[in-house]
Ligand binder design. Sequence first.
Ligand SMILES: [Zn+2]
Length: 460
Amino acid sequence: MSHGLLIGRSPDCIPLILVTEADFAAWLQGQDDFLRRWLGAAGFKPKPGGFKLIPDPNGALQCVVSCIESAEDLWALGELPAALPEGDYYLDVSCAAKSLERLTLGWALGAYRFSRYKEPKRAMARLALDAACDGNRILALAEAVSAVRDLINTPAEDMMPEHLAEATAALGQTFGASMEQIVGDELLARHYPVIHAVGRASSHPPRLLDLRWGDPNHPKITLLGKGICFDTGGLDLKPSSAMRLMKKDMGGAATALGLARLIMSARLPVRLRVLVAAADNAVAGNAFRPGDVLRSRQGITIEVHNTDAEGRLVLCDALAEAAGEQPEALFDFATLTGAARVALGTDIPALFCNDDTLAAGLLAASEREQDPFWRLPLHEAYRDLLDSKIADIANASESSYAGAITAALFLKEFVPDSIPWAHFDLMAWNLKARPGRPEGGEAMAMRAVFAWLEQRYGGS
Ligand SMILES: [Zn+2]
């Protein structure tokens, strides 16, 4: 795995000088004639994202000058691992340790490439971790984001419920967590009927993965992930354009697993539980149908209005299970609705939360970590959009409005008000490459939730 970082600086490392656009003129004044002439001759304009290679008199690379908008910008160096010549660099900039950490993390996130099926054309440039940084935290974040992206980018054929189970088991093994899984018809016997119904038409049986870690006496934190390994839409089949990216419909599960990795690697004093509802929403003679009524784990009857609203279905049995042990906080991550993307675009997950204090803390962490999401309301008056004539609730509304809110209200039916709960409806995918964010799978909201947990429970 490439995170483009080097632990410890070697004498061969080349200085990467960072200058803000605002400071550039003053900085240039203080440089020697050679550097000033070279930058002038090369026509270097101090625009953020621009950089120049500076040779020494023998023609070897002496240093790199790179212009950034601000040392606070997480993504300022995101393009450089792939843009600079292969080799090792170190940051030559005067800024606070926190800013150095942020810049270094942005570099590491930009060094990611998905290489399972195709050799990368070149190696990434590497940045030496500065001794002033918390190197372990940067590496843990880079590894977690990379693991999430790999899981999402892997095609459905190689990332079915059994593969998600293997990934979860491997993660558990790394950190000494225990894992249980309930597979196929066992879901019926153990009373997870809705997860079974959604996944039963696939030759890859559905599963509930259950990872536990930490001291049972510590505060209970439970993470839930939507793990729809491929979403055809079921019998209410998606059109081809909407189906193309549906290998990413397990992005919520990947995010929950990435967050679990961060929590365990930081050894946060919590008792962690991760539930992944994994299913392949496929089409076959035994597929569940529009109009069917499913009886959930909790006993609530659900009329299936559309088989493409399957994420909330698999989550409802998992939420009921999670709520049963009254965690101190419950987080779920799901690529749940197109409506959330219509409201906020693909970069900003929607947060729904039944606890204002928790929501405020999460939003503050989102701002600090430059990991954006935005809160939408659990507007109870819209609950009647989910009324069914023959069951307790319908899985989707017939209205074309407020689809992200009605999906969240559906989930809310399965979470007691006494449990602080945050639901993230996210894209888990970068439609286009930007610095630090290659096109493809993406870990959204994960760094912010981790920062909130770190602040709440303290690292060690
Ligand atoms: Zn769907």
